[in-house]
Every structure is written in structure tokens, then in C-alpha cells.
Design a protein around this ligand. Structure first.
Ligand SMILES: [Zn+2]
Length: 273
């Protein structure tokens, strides 16, 4: 318990003990209860931020049983494990907590087609570094993840043997197609005639033979840091279009042109269109 940990640590729990403050058992219990409610009600349950192998197993069994459940994880659970607290400290403190290396590997495996994970989101939380100071109880939870999420996922495709059989099409499915299907987003999430052009153009790999290391200085948001600083991310974004308008091109941002997301009636809950 938290009290026991506080006593054991002499009044301040170091950040690397965050996975003990927010333990695996809490994740598993919460997911088990939610699945049980979905089973009894027939409602569609979408579970966010999966961080443990145990939950993957519960969801796999529920899906096989016909319970309407879909699952999301985030790049931080695929990139980091608790050994990384030594290097990154509170930068990787988030909720649910980053877990063990075996959880990370299990999550990677379930990204493959037919796996338990349906979508990748980011849980983007751009706290200032000053808010990330403190211990496992006082440092702010969450990290800025949205800017490098696509590049990080594509990099994992190249570097993780678990993803050897997956291609970039699978990343598009997890990050664009499936979220649009699950939310019933009107004319988004696919490259199709008549759809909103929300597009990312990547540099051809021949032009990025030298992997570039991410730096805090590249962060576009006001927080000014990223937990990925120092990581090599070979895939580079060249241009981004939002609603058909250029929003970013080779280091320069344009004035954003927002437009409301619309949802189609009769949102499908089975992941099919
Ligand atoms: Zn969240």
C-alpha cells in the first residue's frame, strides 16, 4: 500500500517506484470489472491506455467470448519499461504507470493484425518540466506524445523483432482507420475521394539514411521537452495537411485551419464499416 511504501522510503517515494504506487493489480481489477459490466449490459466497451500483459489476456478472452470490447494502448507503453526511470525519471511518469519489459513485449505482439490492440492513441499531456519535479506522489503524471507518435511507431516497426511481419499499413490501421471506424468519424481516417485530406507525407527513406536524434528544441508545443529526446527516429515527416490545407512543411508551421469533427449516425461498434 501507499502508506507502507511511504514508510519504507522514509517519507518520499522515488519516481521509479511509481509502478508500485499505481500497481498492476489496480489495472487488472479495473479492466476485469469493466469487462464484466460490458458482458452483462451488451454495451460496447473501449479500454484506453492498456499497460499490462494481464489485461491483454483478459481482453483476448472477452473478445473470443463475443463481448463487445476494443482496446487502445499508447507509444509510451511500447517504448519504455520501468528500467527507463533511471534515465528519464519523472519524464515517463504517467497513469497508468509504465510497467515491466515483459508487458512492453506483450503489447508489441498484440499490435499485429488479429491482435488484441485495436487503436494507438497518445494520452498527450504536455506538462511543463517544472511540474514534473517531485517524487512518485507529487510530480505531474503524463507526457507530451502527440508530435512524435507516428514517427515513433514507424521506428518501432523497424527496430522491434515482434513487429517484423507488420508493415506501415498496420500502423495506418491502428492510428487512423480504426479510430475513425470506432468513433464513426465522418469522412476521415482514410485516403478516399470525397474525404477530408488529413495527410502526413514522410521523407523517402533514401533521404533519411542518417537517423536524426530527437531533441527537446524540436518540440512544437510550449512545454519544450519530450521523453523521446536522444532517440533516433529514422522516419521523418516532410509535410502535414489538415482538412486539405498545408499545416506543416519541412520545419515551418502554417496558421492552423480547424474544422469540427462530425460523427455519422449509427456508429458501428463492431469495428467494421
Ligand atoms: Zn488518458
Amino acid at each position: 500500500s501507499r502508506e507502507k511504501l511511504l514508510e519504507e522510503c522514509g517519507g518520499s517515494i522515488p519516481v521509479e517506484r511509481h509502478p508500485d504506487v499505481r500497481p498492476r493489480s489496480a489495472c487488472v481489477e479495473a479492466t476485469r470489472r469493466a469487462i464484466d459490466l460490458a458482458r452483462r449490459s451488451g454495451a460496447h466497451l473501449h479500454i484506453c491506455h492498456i499497460s499490462t500483459a494481464d489485461e491483454l489476456q483478459l481482453i483476448k478472452e472477452a473478445k473470443a467470448e463475443g463481448v463487445k470490447v476494443t482496446a487502445e494502448t499508447c507509444p509510451q507503453y511500447l517504448l519504455f519499461d520501468r528500467n527507463d526511470f533511471d534515465r528519464l525519471g519523472a519524464r515517463i511518469k504517467c497513469n497508468p504507470a509504465i510497467k515491466d519489459s515483459s508487458d512492453r513485449i506483450a503489447l508489441l505482439r498484440e499490435l499485429l493484425p488479429g491482435g488484441v490492440i485495436d487503436t494507438i492513441a497518445t494520452d498527450h499531456a504536455p506538462h511543463l518540466l517544472s511540474q514534473k519535479e517531485g517524487d512518485a506522489l507529487t510530480a505531474a503524471s503524463g507526457m507530451p506524445m502527440v508530435q512524435f507518435s507516428l514517427r515513433a511507431m514507424l521506428e518501432l516497426l523497424d527496430t522491434e523483432s515482434e513487429l517484423q511481419t507488420a508493415g506501415p499499413e498496420r500502423i495506418a490501421e491502428l492510428m487512423a482507420h480504426n479510430p475513425a471506424r470506432l468513433l464513426g468519424l465522418d469522412r476521415r481516417g482514410f485516403i478516399r475521394e470525397g474525404y477530408y485530406a488529413d495527410l502526413v507525407l514522410l521523407e523517402p527513406s533514401s533521404q533519411t539514411a542518417i537517423p536524426s536524434k530527437v531533441t527537446d528544441a524540436e518540440v512544437a508545443g510550449r512545454c519544450g521537452w519530450t521523453p523521446l529526446a536522444g532517440m533516433s527516429l529514422t522516419p521523418k515527416v516532410r509535410t502535414t495537411f489538415v482538412n486539405g490545407t498545408e499545416a506543416y512543411d519541412r520545419g515551418t508551421f502554417a496558421t492552423p485551419h480547424g474544422s469540427p469533427l462530425r460523427f455519422t449516425s449509427g456508429t458501428s461498434s463492431d469495428g467494421k464499416e
